[in-house]
Write a protein that binds this ligand. Structure first.
Ligand code: FAD
Length: 288
């Protein structure tokens, strides 16, 4: 992907965006994408609503990124609760929209799914989706990984064994869950490499710019909060602008350290926030 840009830059740069929940907000998203595109990331990925809600929007957004901005776009797709027929339709729509890269995920169990439906699902894990896509499409496939282990896995070793299966099934790169303590990422990276996982691994960075954001983020991701970040919230949490600045500096510090450690890429969970993402990139130039 994007060869000229990865040659130019030592550490890769990419962003995650999401489809706005309301149709009336959808027009703005194109300007957001143009602005994020001007920061020249190697790729932009777009999330897929849990259970496939607003799947069409993910395709519209990734198609725009790929065709109009000429930046590699990765469409997230999930498989829990999907039939092969649903998947074939989704893949055909991606192909028609000119999207050739996907992040293949299992997804979380939708609340509406009964135990029986869950037990009898056609695709049990992301690895089943990856195998299916390999066999039936020409899509380039990325997978998700968890530096602090996935919440369902009994141990990090077991999670890594499952991760290796995904890579062996045909994943060409990995994007990590967000983390706030780089040591978890370095330990995970060492273990993954020792197991023979050699594909590029993009480090997921979520800038925390409001005190309220941290609680939601942590409960969704399960990521540990280091003392430095907790202290920062305690000190600046009540002041909107100071908190924003401190959160950006924290993310920049994390990224600089990751760059020094020679990681493959930085994947910023942009949350569609152009100003925050731009400020981070500007503070890191010319190295990112
Ligand atoms: P898997 O790789 O299938 O792993 C899930 C769990 O099952 C792990 O504990 C693993 O160890 C275990 N496991 C794997 N294979 C087996 C097996 N054969 N037998 C037994 N256990 C096994 N969700 C969305 O709904 N939409 C999104 O757009 C989205 N984007 C994401 C982007 C990133 C970068 C990340 C990290 C996550 C994203 N998620 C998204 C969340 C993701 O769907 C959930 O974390 C989900 O619970 C796991 O998906 P997975 O693809 O990692 O699952």
């Amino acid at each position: 992907m994007a060869e000229k840009q990865t040659e130019r830059r030592k550490t890769g740069l990419s962003f995650e965006v999401f489809p706005p929940k309301k149709d009336e907000e959808f027009e703005n998203v194109y300007q957001i994408l143009r602005d994020l595109g001007s920061l020249r990331p190697d790729f932009i990925s777009c999330t897929y609503g849990a259970g496939g809600s607003r799947a069409g929007k993910t395709i519209e957004i990734t198609s725009f990124i790929q065709k109009e901005l000429c930046i590699d776009a990765i469409a997230h797709i999930t498989c829990v609760g999907f039939t092969r027929e649903d998947l074939d339709k989704n893949c055909a729509a991606l192909e028609a929209a000119g999207v050739t890269h996907v992040l293949a995920l299992r997804g979380d169990r939708p609340q509406t799914m009964t135990d029986e439906q869950y037990d009898r699902r056609e695709f049990s894990y992301a690895v089943d989706l990856i195998r299916y896509l390999r066999e039936h499409t020409t899509l380039s496939i990325a997978g998700a990984c968890y530096p602090e282990k996935h919440f369902e896995a009994p141990s990090i070793e077991e999670d890594l064994r499952r991760l290796k299966e995904k890579v062996d099934a045909g994943v060409s790169s990995l994007i990590s869950q967000m983390f706030f303590d780089n040591d978890f990422f370095y330990r995970f990276l060492d273990r993954a490499r020792a197991m023979g996982i050699q594909v590029p691994i993009h480090a997921g960075i979520m800038p925390i710019t409001t005190a309220g954001q941290l609680g939601t983020t942590v409960s969704l991701s399960g990521s540990s909060v280091p003392k430095k970040l907790a202290d920062l919230i305690a000190t600046y949490g009540d002041d909107k602008e100071d908190m924003r600045k401190a959160g950006i500096e924290f993310a920049v510090g994390q990224i600089r350290d990751l760059q020094e450690h020679g990681v493959d890429g930085i994947h910023i969970y942009s949350m569609n926030k152009v100003k925050t993402t731009t400020d981070i990139c500007n503070m890191l130039r010319p190295s990112l």
